[in-house]
Design a protein. Structure first.
Length: 92
């Protein structure tokens, strides 16, 4: 078996998901989506977080606690809008 990195998202019936790989090293990271989601009415997006802390020799990804602050950028009514979460921790 081999490990290959996957990053992507999907869309179905006004719902979408994005797979986001979290880096185990501190720092700021920008994640761009390959295909932007466009809603003309209400919709739902699910973020699925994965760890990049992979040990190929053992074939495992150990769990870890990540400290995150997410900022989302949108275009709404022709203008740019950004929304940020507060700082939070997540076990992955």
């Amino acid at each position: 078996m081999a490990f290959e990195e996957y990053s992507g998202g999907g869309f179905f019936d006004r719902e979408s998901w994005y797979d986001i790989e979290l880096a185990h090293l501190p720092g700021r990271r920008v994640v761009r989506v390959d295909r932007r989601l466009r809603f003309t009415a209400s919709g739902r997006t699910e973020l699925r977080f994965w760890s990049d802390n992979f040990y190929p020799a053992a074939g495992i990804t150990p769990m870890g606690c990540y400290t995150l602050r997410l900022t989302f950028y949108f275009t709404a009514s022709g203008g740019a809008v950004s929304v940020s979460t507060g700082t939070f921790k997540m076990d992955v």
